[in-house]
Design a binder for this molecule. Structure first.
Ligand SMILES: *[C@@H]1O[C@H](CO)[C@@H](O)[C@H](O)[C@H]1NC(C)=O
Ligand SMILES: *[C@@H]1O[C@H](CO)[C@@H](O)[C@H](O)[C@H]1NC(C)=O
Ligand SMILES: *[C@@H]1O[C@H](CO)[C@@H](O)[C@H](O)[C@H]1NC(C)=O
Ligand SMILES: *[C@@H]1O[C@H](CO)[C@@H](O)[C@H](O)[C@H]1NC(C)=O
Ligand SMILES: *[C@@H]1O[C@H](CO)[C@@H](O)[C@H](O)[C@H]1NC(C)=O
Ligand SMILES: CC(=O)N[C@H]1CO[C@H](CO)[C@@H](O)[C@@H]1O
Length: 486
């Protein structure tokens, strides 16, 4: 599981905790004033000799990653019948309940020593920056209860556009408020756009269900298909009922693209007729060329991930498990944000565009849980060029779910709404060539613009240092589109 992979990197990362990224990040965040923070503060500037070492490691990581990625399609290990059994909730629910209960106990103890702050709620954060915040719950047709948040500038006489923003990978509705004033959400709201933040099932504002518990394996039996086919439609309709807008602007990162492609593949024009344009950072359609060493290693071991997740955590990739969240918050948000800065470089690509002084704020909501299946869905694409299909459960389970032994292709050309894609040039996960291939597979009417933003990786969208270089192009394109009535 990813937590284990992260921990495997911690010895290396701890070595460099005393260093620091050269010259990045002058804005220093007021810390919590705790003792550990003070220690980190003392150690950070002492020795920076190890920086070059880490930068070289991060720079070389894509090479072994690419090699691993090439073998990933051939590493299915589990017997398909065993895989089907694991995905259902029999023996595995019992072992998962035990782990859930034990980790709740561990978290209770950990939290007494090093308390984790409450989650950031966009409706409660917005007023701190002068905006009006609202919160709603929307229930999908299959029973998931999703938090929808609205952020507006209360002094605007009217709104120029209605913007909807679904969450990114392992993130949530707070994805785009982490760098405070200069965050994408506040920049859009400041200029009189009516901003709506969405939730996908499984993330912290989407763990409610009309009948399932979030500790059951049935609850976590989903992936990007369900976000696109159930979660987006319910929330887009909700925003339509609130605003009457049929010209919404869809902003987002990585899996927001995946969900959009699934929505349009299944529903055609039914919901994309509410959208007038999309502005997407590193959207994931194809993911075949992924060359992040860690994600490629996980992709080789994806069946192990499935088994471990099913046996211990009801198919949840459980970053929000209270014990794991406590470790992550304390390491990345309190003890050593710099360590996590390096981990993110090694995970996502060599860049200085990760604004780690904001980690004490952002890690209240990071990393968020998702389902093992949603993660494995992306891992299944690794090493397969121009491959975007439904989830491959193995022949037996495919037959049960799809009435066919192999999964269906996703028709990317079903997306006709104008799309502006911004590939991130330093990303080793969603690499520019995959983004370009996806863009080229869209319907002709959808190919509005494609651009590469060189210095950013896939973590940068949430915490950039140069936020103008990242959000500026999208916002200028929105303004140009609004000006010419497109
Ligand atoms: C697991 O239990 C469900 C009912 O909860 C049942 O439908 C299914 O066949 C069982 N699966 C296996 C592999 O025994
Ligand atoms: C709201 O918009 C007005 C101008 O329409 C601007 O002066 C004000 O600063 C904005 N408020 C915030 C919180 O950005
Ligand atoms: C939404 O539902 C959750 C439970 O799923 C609840 O905790 C929360 O308060 C609700 N929010 C609103 C705005 O009703
Ligand atoms: C939406 O349109 C309906 C019918 O034209 C109108 O009654 C309603 O007030 C409008 N709602 C908003 C939020 O503008
Ligand atoms: C499953 O597929 C077969 C052959 O493609 C078809 O004859 C049958 O009607 C399908 N069953 C269902 C339940 O859709
Ligand atoms: C004491 C305790 O926390 N029991 C919980 C163990 O796990 C099951 C399923 O997750 C819960 O329903 C119990 O409340």
């Amino acid at each position: 599981m990813l937590p284990c992979k992260l921990w495997a990197l911690v010895p290396l990362a701890l070595l460099v905790v005393i260093g620091g990224p050269p010259s990045a990040n002058s804005q220093v965040q007021p810390g919590s004033g705790s003792v550990v923070n003070a220690i980190g503060g003392i150690l950070d500037p002492v020795v920076s000799v190890l920086n070059p070492v880490v930068e070289v490691v991060a720079g070389l990581a894509p090479i072994p990653g690419a090699l691993l990625g090439a073998v990933a399609p051939y590493t299915a290990l589990l017997n398909p019948l065993l895989q089907s059994a694991l995905l259902q909730n029999n023996i595995t629910q019992f072992s998962s309940d035990i782990v859930t209960n034990l980790s709740a106990l561990v978290a209770l103890v950990a939290n007494a020593a090093l308390p984790v702050p409450p989650y950031l709620r966009p409706d409660q954060e917005a007023p701190k920056f002068g905006f009006v915040g609202e919160a709603y719950n929307v229930t999908t047709s299959d029973g998931y209860i999703l938090g929808v948040f609205r952020v507006r500038n209360g002094t605007c006489a009217s709104y120029r556009s209605v913007v909807v923003i679904p969450p990114g990978i392992l993130s949530n509705a707070a994805s785009f408020i982490y760098i405070k004033e200069n965050s994408l959400v506040y920049r859009l709201a400041r200029e009189c756009n009516d901003v709506w933040l969405f939730t996908f099932r499984g993330y912290i504002f989407g763990r409610g269900h009309t009948s399932l518990s979030d500790t059951s394996s049935e609850f976590w039996d989903f992936y990007a298909y369900h976000w696109g086919v159930y979660d987006l439609p319910a929330q887009i309709e909700f925003v339509y009922r609130k605003t009457n807008s049929t010209t919404m602007r869809y902003f987002g990162v990585d899996q927001s693209g995946t969900a959009l492609l699934f929505m349009n593949h299944v529903h055609g024009q039914r919901y994309q007729r509410f959208l007038a344009g999309t502005y997407l950072l590193a959207p994931i359609g194809y993911l075949g060329r992924l060359k992040s060493a860690v994600f490629d290693a996980m992709s080789v071991l994806r069946d192990g991930l499935t088994a471990a997740g099913a046996l211990t955590l009801h198919n949840e990739l459980a970053f929000m498990n209270p014990a794991i969240h406590s470790v992550l918050y304390n390491l990345c948000g309190r003890i050593s944000p710099i360590t996590c800065y390096y981990v993110f470089q090694i995970l996502g690509g060599n860049t200085r565009e990760i604004n780690y002084p904001y980690f004490p704020y952002a890690f209240a909501n990071l990393l968020d849980s998702t389902s093992i299946t949603s993660f494995n869905y992306f891992l299944q694409q690794v090493g397969r060029i121009k491959y975007m299909k439904y989830y491959d459960y193995g022949p037996a389970e495919n037959l049960r779910r799809y009435n066919r032994t192999t999964p269906e292709d996703v028709n990317i050309a079903a997306t006709t709404v104008p799309c502006n894609f911004y590939a991130l040039g330093s990303d080793s996960v969603t690499v520019p060539q995959d983004v370009l291939d996806t863009w080229n597979a869209l319907a002709p009417s959808a190919r509005a613009s494609y651009q590469v933003l060189e210095k950013y990786n896939g973590v940068s969208p949430f915490v950039p240092v140069d936020s103008e270089g990242l959000y500026g192009p999208m916002i200028r394109k929105l303004n140009a589109d609004l000006a010419r009535g497109a």
